[in-house]
Design a protein around this ligand. Structure first.
Ligand SMILES: [Zn+2]
Length: 344
């Protein structure tokens, strides 16, 4: 059976969370006035990078004092403390600002992309500060998808961007209390929300995380079972994955998903590692499972093909373009590479 995965681009964790500090009154204000604080922007699941740096991307970092007033003035900007990083005795704080709602005030900026230049502004009733912020954000930076960014940058930047996009996507999807429908306010420097309704005891709300299992099934001949799902594009093949259901253990979810999707029963399991997958809120737990049966019965609804492959089979299939593998941000890619014996 395989060893745990050593590297996963969306699982970088080199930051001090300062969990006990971030809930204190005035913490965010102090951080934004600290000369050792840097700010970066995220919007609609994308991260701002310096112009022209998309091949070897890094975060576009701004000194907090440059953007502090603009962030405070822009009504839809959400500042979130990302952590403190200390290297060689030098401490730096990082703050992410989600500008999705600000960018929505500019018609063309909602779909920010590498080619997006700020164009004409329509009168949307938004404040001048929002428009100015959105104009600067869309014209000064390139915007990079986390799946392209994380595998090609440093561990620190990958960790910062993954945290920021995970949190921002939760705030974007939950603006009201799920229990009483009152508005919520952001607390704990972005890491929690509080219901504003006293009758609901100002209920604390924490980010929603949806656990999923991803399982590489290996048989007695050390072949791997690769599957093509109906929703997969082209010749993409991957391993078996699915959400953990309410009241279910990870191990049970692995056995259930393997059997439901491929008809294969599995025996021994080994945990390989986990990775956040904030599209929008998954946490992927990776396993390798030993098949106890070889017969494959796909459901033909979710899965349209599944085949046992030796390393030689996979080498040939990749060379002939019969099979393409998941991208370099996906945990599946690293699981398959680990079985294959070298980076794919
Ligand atoms: Zn409530």
């Amino acid at each position: 059976m395989m060893q745990p995965l050593r590297y996963l681009p969306l699982a970088q964790d080199v930051l001090d969370d300062r969990t006990y500090d971030r809930g204190k009154p005035g913490f965010m204000d102090d951080i934004m006035h600290d000369p050792d604080t840097s700010v970066f922007l995220v919007s609609h699941g994308l991260v701002a990078v310096p112009r022209g740096a998309r091949l070897h991307p890094r975060l576009a970092l701004l000194p907090a004092e440059y953007v502090r007033d603009a962030v405070a003035d822009a009504s839809g900007a959400l500042a979130m403390f990302m952590g403190t990083h200390t290297v060689a005795g030098r401490t730096k704080n990082y703050v992410a600002v989600d500008v999705s709602r600000v960018m929505d005030t500019v018609p063309d900026a909602a779909q920010v992309s590498a080619d997006n230049d700020f164009g004409e502004t329509a009168d949307t009733g938004s404040s001048a500060a929002d428009l100015l912020f959105a104009e600067r954000a869309s014209s000064r930076f390139d915007w990079c998808d986390l799946r392209d960014f994380a595998p090609n940058t440093t561990a620190l930047d990958a960790g910062l961007a993954t945290r920021a996009i995970s949190l921002a996507s939760w705030h974007a999807s939950q603006r009201f209390c799920p229990c009483c429908a009152s508005p919520v306010e952001t607390v704990d420097a972005g890491w929690a929300q509080r219901c504003t309704n006293e009758a609901d005891r100002n209920r604390m709300l924490f980010p929603r995380i949806e656990p999923a299992v991803i399982t590489m099934i290996v048989d007695a001949h050390d072949r791997i079972l690769l599957q093509h799902n109906a929703t997969f594009p082209g010749t993409l093949y991957s391993v078996c994955a699915g959400f953990v259901e309410a009241g279910e253990s990870l191990e049970h979810a692995v056995r259930r998903e393997c059997f439901e999707e491929t008809g294969v029963e599995v025996g021994e399991l080994r945990y390989l590692g986990s990775q956040v997958w904030p599209f929008p809120a998954s946490l992927m737990a990776g396993f390798v499972a030993q098949a106890t049966t070889d017969d494959v019965h796909i459901d033909d609804i979710e899965v349209s093909d599944a085949r046992w492959m030796s390393r030689d089979d996979l080498t040939r299939a990749l060379a002939n373009d019969e099979v393409t593998l998941p991208g370099k941000a996906a945990i599946a890619r690293y699981m398959i590479s680990q079985w294959y014996g070298k980076e794919l």
